[in-house]
Design a protein around this ligand. Structure first.
Ligand SMILES: Nc1ncnc2c1ncn2[C@@H]1O[C@H](COP(=O)(O)OP(=O)(O)O)[C@@H](O)[C@H]1O
Ligand SMILES: Cc1ncc(C[n+]2csc(CCOP(=O)(O)OP(=O)(O)O)c2C)c(N)n1
Ligand SMILES: [Mg+2]
Ligand SMILES: [Mg+2]
Ligand SMILES: [Mg+2]
Length: 338
């Protein structure tokens, strides 16, 4: 990338090729494809998520954080399968007028998280678009053959667990939009930080292989995603709103405005792990939680019933009606359940 407008091949050489340097099979990002040797005893776990400006992030979000969020939402899906992340493939559709400074900051963000997570960018595609910035990432990981976690593994009577805290991302987007008033500036920054930069539970996922029955990550909204897990397992679930783990910032926001519980239940952008485990696993999970420094909270139970139905019980013991449990790209009355 020299002088004026960035050139496609210069851009690949400057921004992307260094992120492939640690993996010879990527051929320096200078060939038609990459070679990955099959590893005996492991399954390759493959996932892909896209992010579109104005849909998944705000167009003026810092470019390094856009890059890192793109990596992290994908690593969240690998973690949900108990897989260890290894490789990324990036398809980037940049608006024609994207600037060099923007691109360099985007590349720096990619580099930072490639380093943080010990993974390699092994290929991709770079195109221009007349539309909004659109980024698609394929993430490849590995898990011991046949051992990967599935949404369909939940068993009746299992406890429903979530990692970390729920609702921060959705409340963070509200904070950025100026829709969250009354909380401290520090809390506002914490929440917007969680929206812009999720913390995928990459260390936790593989540790759940012997413990979790059904597992997925929460991206669309807790209620909708738990519904997916239940449907895949042929079960229903009952969760208690008061047990859903909240950060101090989210708790402060809800104290001021109880209606924000809807954002916690259905707002999405959490990128936490949601899994079920037998009651006997509780003690081991508590130990694992303190070992990893990641909160693990039991929020309810899966049980026989209307397949896929999630019932949320309020502090008063009554059911909290949830019309739409989470984000829908198409076909929802509104796009999220909030
Ligand atoms: N356009 C598509 N082509 C093929 N498979 C798709 C497509 N969109 C989604 N899927 C698959 O549908 C399933 C659910 O996708 P999604 O709801 O995006 O999962 P997640 O929320 O975990 O990212 C996944 O197995 C995904 O690979
Ligand atoms: C600017 C903006 N508006 C709204 C949202 C809320 N939002 C958009 S997509 C989405 C769900 C997650 O995205 P999706 O493409 O469904 O990822 P997946 O579930 O496939 O991992 C949420 C909560 C957001 N993140 N950013
Ligand atoms: Mg997806
Ligand atoms: Mg996903
Ligand atoms: Mg997922």
């Amino acid at each position: 990338m020299t002088g004026g407008a960035p050139d496609e091949f210069g851009l690949i050489a400057e921004l992307f090729a260094p992120l492939a340097a640690g993996f010879p099979g990527a051929l320096g990002l200078a060939d038609d494809a990459a070679f990955i040797a099959a590893e005996p005893g492991f399954d390759t776990v493959a996932t892909m998520d896209s992010m579109v400006a104005g849909v998944h992030f705000l167009p003026d979000d810092p470019p390094d954080l856009i890059a890192r969020k793109l990596i992290r939402v994908n690593l969240s899906d690998l973690a949900a399968k108990g897989a260890e992340p290894r490789f990324l493939m990036l398809s980037a559709a940049f608006p024609r007028d994207v600037g060099q400074d923007w691109l360099r900051a985007f590349g720096a963000g990619l580099a930072e998280d490639v380093r943080t997570f010990g993974i390699h960018l092994i290929g991709g595609d770079t195109v221009s678009t007349p539309g909004p910035l659109t980024l698609t990432l394929t993430a490849l990981g590995r898990v011991k053959a046949g051992r990967g976690l599935k949404r369909s593994g939940a068993k009746a009577g299992d406890t429903v667990w979530v990692s970390g805290s729920i609702g921060d991302g959705a409340l963070g987007l509200k904070a950025i939009r100026g829709l969250l008033t009354g909380i401290s500036a520090a809390y506002g920054e914490f929440l917007s930080g969680r929206y812009r930069l999720p913390h995928p539970r990459v260390s936790l996922g593989p540790r759940l292989l012997d413990l979790a029955h059904g597992a997925m990550d929460v991206s669309d909204g807790l209620v909708q995603d738990l519904g997916h897990l239940c449907r895949a397992s042929g079960l229903a679930a009952r969760i208690e709103a008061a047990r859903i783990p909240l950060s101090p910032a989210a708790a402060a926001a809800l104290e001021l405005d109880q209606s924000l519980l809807a954002s916690v239940l259905t707002g999405g952008d959490d990128y936490e792990l949601l899994f079920t485990a037998s009651a006997e696993a509780a003690e081991t999970l508590a130990d694992l939680s303190s070992q990893l420094g990641v909160a693990l909270t039991g929020i309810g139970r899966v049980e026989p019933g209307d397949t896929g139905k999630v019932t949320v019980i309020g502090a008063d013991g009554r059911e909290i009606p949830v019309v739409q449990g989470g984000w829908r790209h198409f076909g929802g009355g509104s796009q999220s359940g909030e």
